[in-house]
Ligand binder design. Sequence first.
Ligand code: FES
Length: 109
Amino acid sequence: MCQVAPSTPPTPDGPVLLLAPHGWHVPLQAGLSLMESAERAGVRLVRSCRNGTCRRCLCRMTAGEISYRIDWPGVSAEERAEGWVLPCVAVASRDVTLLVPDASRPLAV
Ligand code: FES
């Protein structure tokens, strides 16, 4: 588990992923990674392998708490302590804020 700041309890509508600095809110869906939840909402995060090894998606979590769905994600203990996470294999059941300035909304109109 990785936690950088107190996370808020889930809202009645479920936990939310806030993508900063854009201010985009994405519902976190049970069983999906942070990246998969973002994609379901039409947000594309920088990525490559999608399995926790390439570190292309590495970004800062500024609030919240996540766990990983793989045993050995490619992020060191020191990086975890600093809030670095891999959203392609991270899951959360409470609100999370990621700093992802390179995220895009290719399907936005
Ligand atoms: S996309 Fe490769 S580690 Fe996340």
